[in-house]
Ligand binder design. Structure first.
Ligand code: ADP
Length: 452
């Protein structure tokens, strides 16, 4: 096992990794920007290093400073969390070259799956269905338009290097296609330094279903069932649950097998997620792979009783997977709501500032992963995630009731939060019935309005 792990991240995920390390008896190093001096991850780690000014590029994205911080503190491994450098192959390579273990897959695996157009091609070669679309990157608007005409509108243009919903545009008709194509390319270039894009048919009412994967260094891969992340805004997840109300054991086996097949084909090591779109007719299509731990990993932990972060660290240290779940061992139902410092009635405008009062929900089956506290100031520089509320129940109905009571008793004052909005989602008849797809919020704009 490692002696000391540096966490190249901040916020709730830094705390999550620190907790896992403490349970494993591993020391921790927190890194922080000048804006995060008062953060809990700094207080709870054994060691801490300030790595620069608040903007991410000067701190959490600064590779030489992160590696220097690990060297100075004697850390023998780095956990990247999610976001920032978690899927940056160059970072993984430089960490490894400095004789430090990168807690995650190999740089080659990150690269292979990081290019979404290449990953699509790879999935197809492995016999896993992908959404109908371009065989590879599309070079010109003319070529794109010809293909879109063949596929039928609407289509979605996506950045090959994409992530976080950036560089993604839907084109609804041929007239609008050229402009959407150019915009997607420009956005892709600005966000990822690559203007390569590809095209997929834009499915009408898909569900977002993803499979949690874990692989060890000896070629063994298992999956830990699906998560349903269909409640989205602008292609970004807001609520996640496991198991999916739309997946039965047979479908679970099929999607799980497809995911394991892909991960095995690249000898995948560590925690990863393979994302699919599930169409209304039960067909599922590979969309992309995320080569890291995800924000929504706790719903899987709650209904498999398996600590994904501890396992991620153990596997990186060379431990073998000692059980293979592959869709079994599910118990009950888990739901996660992402509580953000945002105002849904104002287009989810961020609401940074001082938290004046804080009281988290509790009780049986309620888990809150957060880094905030009364007196904490939410800085304007990073994402606006304040807390994740995760509940577990013996049934979906019990989990839903638990989530409603948890949200209703969650007090955060001083900043505007998405708590009331999430409470409305948890009471919406379609969500209660488990009948939502990725366009649910588009159809229900009244959910965004402040009703108090
Ligand atoms: P990112 O990597 O930026 O997160 P993804 O490729 O994972 O982007 O897609 C994010 C979301 O966009 C999906 O969960 C889904 O809601 C929507 N989406 C992506 N591709 C399609 C498609 N072909 N048809 C319909 N919706 C799509």
């Amino acid at each position: 096992m490692f002696k000391k792990v540096l966490i190249a991240n901040r916020g709730e995920i830094a705390l999550r990794v620190i907790r896992a390390c403490k349970e494993l008896g591993v020391e921790t190093v927190a890194v922080y920007s000048e804006a995060d001096r008062e953060s809990l991850h700094v207080r709870f780690a054994d060691d801490d290093v300030c790595i620069g000014r608040p903007p991410s590029r000067d701190s959490y994205l600064n590779i030489p400073r992160l590696i220097a911080a690990a060297e100075i503190t004697g850390a023998d491994a780095i956990h990247p969390g999610y976001g920032f450098l978690a899927e940056n192959a160059e970072f993984a390579e430089k960490v490894t070259a400095s004789n430090i273990t990168f807690i995650g897959p190999t740089p080659d695996q990150i690269r292979q799956m990081g290019d979404k157009a290449a990953a699509r091609k790879f999935a197809k070669e492995q016999g896993v269905a992908t959404v109908p679309g371009s065989p590879g990157p599309v070079g010109s608007p003319e070529e794109g338009l010809e293909l879109a005409d063949k596929l039928g509108f609407p289509v979605i243009i996506k950045a090959a290097a994409g992530g976080g919903g950036k560089g993604m545009r839907v084109a609804t008709d041929p007239e609008q296609f050229g402009q959407s194509f150019t915009l997607a390319r420009q956005e892709a270039l600005a966000a990822f330094n690559s203007d390569e894009v590809y095209i997929e048919k834009y499915l009408a009412r898909p569900r977002h279903i993803e499979i949690q994967i874990m692989g060890d260094q000896y070629g063994k891969v298992m999956h830990l069932c699906e998560r349903d992340c269909s409640v989205q805004r602008r292609h970004q997840k807001l609520v996640e649950e496991a198991p999916s109300p739309a997946v039965d054991q047979a479908l679970r086996q099929d999607i799980g097998d497809a995911a394991v097949k892909l991960a095995e084909a690249i000898g995948y090591v560590g925690a990863g997620t393979i994302e699919f779109l599930l169409d209304a007719d039960g067909s599922f299509y590979f969309m992309e792979m995320n080569t890291r731990i995800q924000v929504e990993h706790p719903v899987t932990e709650m209904c498999t009783n398996f600590d994904l972060v501890k396992e991620q660290i153990s596997v990186a240290a060379g431990a073998p997977l000692n059980l293979v779940m592959n869709g079994h061992r599910l118990r009950g139902h888990a739901i996660e709501c992402r509580v953000n410092a945002e105002d849904p009635s104002r287009n989810f405008q961020p609401s940074p500032g001082l938290i004046t009062a804080y009281h988290p929900p509790g009780g049986p089956g309620v888990r809150v992963d957060t880094h905030i506290y009364a007196g904490y100031t939410v800085p304007p520089y990073y994402d606006s995630l304040l807390a994740k509320v995760i509940v577990h129940g013996n049934t979906r109905t019990e989990a839903l009731a638990r989530m409603r009571q948890a949200l209703d008793s969650f007090i955060i004052e001083g900043v505007t939060t998405t708590i009331p909005f999430l409470g409305r989602v948890m009471r919406h008849p379609d969500f209660v019935a488990g009948k939502v797809d990725t366009k649910f919020l588009e159809r229900e704009p009244q959910l965004l309005k402040d009703q108090t």
